[in-house]
Design a protein. Structure first.
Length: 428
């Protein structure tokens, strides 16, 4: 209800704003994107072999000169397999103001904390809809808050504040990534294994006032760009705990998955510099997280992650052709206190190399390649893709995602998720 009232108030303010300015100073931009995607899984012995989804994105931007703007973004999804994912919602609704070197955004908006070309430690705090763990580019979710930045000479200061942190959306049923237990060890009777069945997913602390704060300083000196960030908030991935229902007689026994949100702090430093056509960067972050033990208790988990990468844009004589390359190496310095599970999303990219390659052959035809290789508990992910633009309004994309490796790593654990993808997009 509070979100609805905030959205209504913001919309009413925008209507007043539109009525009180000269029409010749107001610019309106409305875009509508419609998409149909299909995931065809190649593993024969699986319950879900095909997932189709209809999707629409509607973006409205009202701009008054270069000073004020109002932005609204609505998203609609119809998933043929998962009814929980099928919904329509307002993902962004914010006012933006610019005055000299000061920029402000107030309202519901997407907060992307990492500023690297590759994956940043700060991206652990980003909020997503995790219906699919591999493709999240279009799954960012908005939160209510303030984003601001100000430039003073060669120094930029950033402040991002989320009024009430809401975790990412995770699905436990009708989802190919879900691995729910069908039997567990009885907690009160050692050696006894009981069959179980999911009853409900419960948020055990939904009313807590969970705000988050991100402070950043970006400075350029002698061709070197250095950035220092501090994030103090909450992990976007809710912690899960199985709670047996002893009061409802049933065979199999019923259980609830209890979701809880825990604090997350990140201290992060990144440095980058251009060497000719190459952009070289390094990053080091200290992360104060939490970990759920095998006994399902929550303990502090502090560790560091070092990263190095490079990226370059290659241009050719043909103006239609170009290629973008990003290569990144990441290495986590764990405290060796915990043994992370293959399904722990916070640690999928702890020790790995990432390669992203995008090549545009013509104005209509382009290709992509993404690979992730984990060198700690071998895991491998490879996705080649092809994209063709029939017109400015119609685009089709296809790809093949392959996962391999040891079962102890995320990619090896989900080898059954190899699939062919096909996407058709219309823009009006």
């Amino acid at each position: 209800m509070m979100q609805f009232l905030r959205t209504l108030l913001l919309s009413f303010s925008c209507l007043i704003f539109c009525q009180t300015i000269y029409s010749q100073s107001l610019k309106l931009d409305l875009t509508n994107n419609f998409g149909l995607s299909n995931f065809q899984y190649l593993e024969s012995n699986r319950a879900i072999k095909n997932i189709a989804e209809l999707r629409s994105e509607h973006n409205l931007k009202l701009k008054y000169k270069t000073v004020l703007a109002a932005n609204f973004s609505a998203r609609g999804i119809y998933n043929y397999v998962n009814r929980e994912r099928s919904r329509m919602f307002l993902n962004e609704a914010y006012l933006a103001a610019n005055k000299g070197k000061l920029n402000l955004k107030l309202g519901k908006q997407i907060f992307k904390y990492g500023k690297l070309t590759g994956f940043s430690n700060l991206d652990l705090a980003n909020r997503y809809d995790y219906f699919d763990f591999l493709e999240t580019d279009q799954e960012e979710l908005g939160q209510w808050g303030l984003a601001s930045k100000i430039e003073i000479k060669n120094i930029q200061f950033d402040l991002n504040y989320v009024h009430k942190h809401v975790p990412s959306v995770v699905y436990f049923e009708d989802n190919p990534w879900a691995r729910l237990p069908n039997q567990i060890n009885h907690p009160n009777e050692p050696g006894v294994v009981v069959p179980v069945r999911l009853q409900d997913v419960v948020d055990i602390n939904p009313e807590e006032n969970r705000s988050s704060l991100n402070l950043g300083v970006n400075m350029e000196l002698l061709g070197v760009t250095a950035r220092l960030d501090y994030y103090n908030g909450y992990n976007d991935i809710p912690f899960r705990k199985i709670e047996l229902d002893y009061f409802t007689p049933s065979i199999p026994m019923l259980y609830d998955i209890q979701l809880s949100v825990h604090p997350l702090s990140i201290y992060n430093l990144s440095v980058q510099r251009l060497y000719g056509d190459w952009n070289i960067w390094v990053e080091f972050g200290f992360i104060k997280n939490n970990f759920t033990t095998s006994a399902e208790s929550v303990e502090s988990d502090n560790y560091s992650v070092a990263s190095a990468g490079l990226d370059r844009l290659f241009l050719f004589e043909d103006p239609a052709k170009f290629m973008k390359l990003v290569v990144q190496w990441r290495h986590a310095l764990w405290n060796n206190k915990f043994e992370y599970q293959a399904t722990d999303l916070d640690h999928v990219l702890d020790r790995c190399t990432i390669i992203d390659l995008d090549y545009q052959h013509t104005y209509d035809l382009s290709f992509g390649l993404r690979s992730v290789t984990s060198y700690d508990g071998f895991g491998f992910y490879l996705k080649p893709s092809v994209h063709y633009k029939f017109s400015d309004m119609v685009k089709i994309s296809g790809g093949y995602a392959m996962l391999s490796g040891n079962d102890s790593h995320f990619f090896g654990h989900y080898t059954a998720e190899d699939r062919l993808t096909l996407k058709l997009n219309f823009q009006i």
